[in-house]
Design a protein around this ligand. Sequence first.
Ligand SMILES: [Zn+2]
Length: 174
Amino acid sequence: MRPRFLLDGMLGRLCRKMRMLGCDCELAGEGRSPYLLLDAESAGRIAVTAATRSVDRRGPPPVILRSASVPERIAELFAAIGEIPAIEPFTLCLECNAPLGTISPEEAAQRVPPRIVRDFKEFHECTECGRIYWKGSHHNAMERQVEAIMQRLRDEGLLRSSGPSSSPRGKGCC
Ligand SMILES: [Zn+2]
């Protein structure tokens, strides 16, 4: 089963980046930080926090992140759980963690500005909140962020070089 995460409320930015990678990631709600471990346990999720104190101690221990940047934190988290989840960028809604489905430009035309439908042909819709995604300039920025995170995972030895041609080992699943 793929690892699922529950992040402490202070880790909102990390949560969105995890979703960007396609990792199932929920953010603890307002006032729920004291119950992070219990909430994670009952939801079958791995608790993640950057706080070394003030989390309750009644559930399984959380992953405590000590690094600062998002790529470092993601590498730290995957190293801590000893597993790299399948990285499937842009398959989850950044807002609500639900899977994205594909919709036609005709469907999208009802709900996005005309110039967007003119310039883009591929649209995805959140199955939960209905938010529509397309590969605009913001998407290009996110692709660079994904690459920065993947590079960090490779630097840390957590991920092998992508693609069979670029892999010096010539085999391997990652
Ligand atoms: Zn959504």
